[in-house]
Design a protein around this ligand. Structure first.
Ligand SMILES: NC(=O)c1ccc[n+]([C@@H]2O[C@H](COP(=O)([O-])OP(=O)(O)OC[C@H]3O[C@@H](n4cnc5c(N)ncnc54)[C@H](OP(=O)(O)O)[C@@H]3O)[C@@H](O)[C@H]2O)c1
Length: 253
């Protein structure tokens, strides 16, 4: 499936996921050149032949990668699968994107940090993932950069939207079924509306297609403003949705 506008082309990987859907919703209304969308089951970033033939067939100028193994808890038991997708998949994307001279915009996560800092984390702070998910995402960042220096990595956090699985949707469902729920208050973060991040990514692509020097490879952090705990977030979601469910703050342990 593609929308034909200018002469440049962009490939979006993982268009059926939460962020991918938000990006697709925006780009359909824009003049971004030719756009191609791929996701499982037809396109698998861990399948070398699949990645190679897709990249060489399309020869996109820019690749946006939203595909990932994103189940943070399950990754602890499924380390091999998380590593295969988040690390090996990024090696393939990096290698074959560099073969066709494509720029890559890749999405990563705050889980590459240990979270012990009580101030906003900036891009130069040391990484130290504590989970399998965070480790595989960090290794994926490094793999991508090792293979293609023309990569721009955006680390984000706590995405929510109308699409995919996310905390807001989970709370809205659970809140309607239960009188009270327990939510942790000792993990804080910056909830980020996925369509806002999608706008930022599309802005980068639009400007890069007009002027290649706009694209500055490296690591970037993006989240919405404001900070809260999962507990605070749940309380506000119920308040705004007028759901009468008591939220009990608990420790992660
Ligand atoms: N969600 C968050 O709170 C959050 C926070 C920080 C960073 N991020 C990062 O942001 C990016 C987008 O997240 P999201 O919330 O949009 O995730 P998502 O909804 O889980 O979407 C990921 C997409 O990737 C696809 N996928 C999984 N394995 C694949 C493979 N081997 N080949 C091709 N596609 C594959 C998934 O397909 P299936 O559904 O069929 O598996 C899904 O369509 C990810 O890199 C994630 O690590 C997310």
């Amino acid at each position: 499936m593609y929308y034909n506008y200018l002469q440049m082309s962009t490939l979006l990987i993982g268009n059926k996921g939460q962020l991918g859907t938000c990006i697709e919703n925006i780009v359909k209304k824009k003049s971004l050149g030719e756009l191609f969308f791929v996701d499982l089951p037809d396109f698998d970033i861990t399948d070398e032949n699949c990645v190679k033939s897709c990249f060489f067939d399309i020869k996109p100028d820019v690749i946006i990668n939203c595909a990932a193994y994103t189940n943070v808890d399950k990754a602890e038991e499924e380390e091999e699968q998380a590593e295969l997708v988040n690390t090996f998949g990024m090696k393939l994307i990096g290698y074959y994107s560099s073969q066709i001279n494509a720029k890559v915009i890749h999405i990563s996560t705050d889980y590459v940090y240990d979270g012990y800092s009580y101030k906003p984390i900036n891009e130069n702070d040391p990484v130290n993932p504590l989970s399998v998910y965070g480790t595989t995402k960090l290794d994926g960042e490094l793999m991508l950069f090792a293979e293609n220096l023309n990569s721009l990595i955006i680390r984000t956090a706590w995405l929510y939207s109308n699409y995919g699985k996310n905390f807001v949707k989970t709370m809205l469902n659970v809140g309607k079924q239960k009188e009270e729920i327990r939510v942790v208050y000792d993990q804080i973060g910056t909830p980020t509306y996925a369509p806002d991040l999608a706008e930022v990514i599309i802005n980068i692509v639009e400007n890069t297609l007009k002027d290649k020097s706009f694209f500055v490879p490296g690591f970037y952090h993006y989240s919405n403003e404001g900070v809260c705990s999962w507990y605070d977030f749940a309380v506000l979601i119920f308040k705004l949705a007028k759901i009468n469910c008591k939220v009990i703050p608990i420790l992660s342990d």
